[in-house]
Design a protein around this ligand. Structure first.
Ligand SMILES: [Zn+2]
Length: 79
């Protein structure tokens, strides 16, 4: 009941992003259009981990995902 304008339905979302990896790449390109940055120290020296679920900063060594520190709804389906 809390639909707001501009969101797409879950069905449309998964039709557009059939895999979580595709969705991650989409969110990453939105959040870091110039490349992945560490949300903790701002370093650009990050490495993507094998499972693709998260990144690790090579400077502060913290792990993070595209959603770490992001404000707003946690739900993937809301943009
Ligand atoms: Zn860092």
């Amino acid at each position: 009941m809390s639909e707001s304008g501009g969101t797409i339905s879950t069905f449309e979302f998964f039709a557009k992003f059939p895999t979580e990896r595709t969705a991650l790449e989409y969110f990453e390109s939105r959040r870091w259009p110039d490349g992945v940055h560490c949300p903790y120290c701002g370093s650009e020296r990050t490495s993507r981990q094998r499972k693709y679920q998260y990144h690790q900063c090579k400077d502060c060594r913290k792990k993070f995902t595209v959603r770490t520190g992001e404000l707003g709804p946690k739900n993937w389906t809301t943009c």
